[in-house]
Design a protein. Structure first.
Length: 103
């Protein structure tokens, strides 16, 4: 059983867990887009996403239990860069990400 104080004082994620989470989230969004994106562009998008997450790590960990807030942040901070990289409509990418992420 996890106590309330343990839940709120969870350790920060490692770089490895951040990379894996970003890769999984983008994979799920891409799958919902039903679109082929070359592997090099997927890797570049993952790198962009990881950089943005690391830049806002404190805020993201503080809001880790609010998927809606995290998805809103993704729309504002990340979606434009990845949509232009992949050559897809930003709104379509944001919907796919929200569907995959649960926000």
């Amino acid at each position: 059983m996890r106590f309330e104080s343990e839940k709120h004082n969870a350790p920060r994620p490692t770089l490895r867990t951040i990379r894996r989470a970003c890769a999984n989230e983008l994979y799920r969004a891409l799958k919902r887009l039903k679109l082929h994106v070359p592997a090099d562009k997927v890797k570049e998008a993952e790198a962009i996403y990881v950089r943005k997450v690391i830049g806002h790590l404190e805020w993201i960990t503080d809001n880790r239990s609010d998927r809606s807030k995290l998805a809103d942040w993704w729309d504002e901070a990340v979606s434009e860069d990845i949509a232009s990289l992949w050559g897809v409509d930003r709104a379509r990418l944001s919907r796919a990400f929200r569907d995959a992420f649960g926000g």
